[in-house]
Design a protein around this ligand. Structure first.
Ligand SMILES: [Zn+2]
Length: 208
């Protein structure tokens, strides 16, 4: 298995290729690669990203089949099924790296801000379950001067939400905590810019 630091290097390099339009068109999705992977996988990173159509993890990191174990959910939130998916990859495949990937102008963050400032009673219960997970990251920011500066508020909220998901993964699972404490797992946060295509890594402390 590729170590976490090497995995991070691959993701950074892949993103650089993506940004400069040098995405590889090699054998990463070929018939040969498909048949090799049919009998097993060894993804070097788990990416927990947003469902937003503009942020597909494999494309923005320029990776091929079998490279990334991707979980996508609006607002890159962490609920029990996301933790279960991460546990599955870490335990089953020995994947040592987890990246929580938020992005600029995230619709889930905007929807949460909207709900907090102009609550709608008819909001779907299912959608509210996402808003409720984003809410703690946004609420405290709304109590500051940032509420007068919508752009900065959203960008701070995106980062706070990534940090919350990273913390949740680090402390919301006994299994993941065990891997973190023994140095077998690295959980980091990152933010994708819709404008530039650049992924910036934000938090990368090994362990708790
Ligand atoms: Zn989003």
């Amino acid at each position: 298995m590729i170590p976490a630091e090497e995995g991070l290097r691959r993701l950074r390099e892949g993103n650089r290729r993506f940004v400069s339009d040098l995405g590889r068109s090699d054998l990463s999705t070929s018939q040969l690669r498909r048949s090799v992977l049919a009998t097993g996988q060894e993804p070097f990173a788990v990416v927990l990203g947003c469902s937003d159509s503009r942020v597909p993890a494999e494309l923005v990191f320029d990776q091929g089949l079998g490279d990334l174990f991707v979980i996508r959910v609006a607002g890159n939130i962490v609920a029990p099924s996301q933790i279960g998916s991460v546990e599955f990859a870490v335990e089953r495949f020995g994947t040592p790296l987890v990246v929580v990937l938020g992005h600029s102008r995230c619709g889930a963050i905007l929807a949460t801000l909207e709900q907090l400032t102009r609550p709608r009673e008819a909001q779907s219960r299912n959608l509210l379950s996402i808003v409720d997970r984003v809410r703690p990251s946004v609420e405290s920011l709304l109590a500051t001067e940032l509420r007068h500066d919508p752009d900065r508020l959203v960008s701070k909220a995106v980062r706070a939400n990534v940090r919350a998901s990273v913390n949740h993964l680090r402390h919301g699972s006994e299994l993941l905590e065990k891997y973190l404490h023994t140095g077998k797992l690295l959980v980091v946060g990152a933010e994708y810019s819709l404008e530039s295509g650049v992924v910036q890594f934000l938090y990368g402390i090994r362990g708790a």
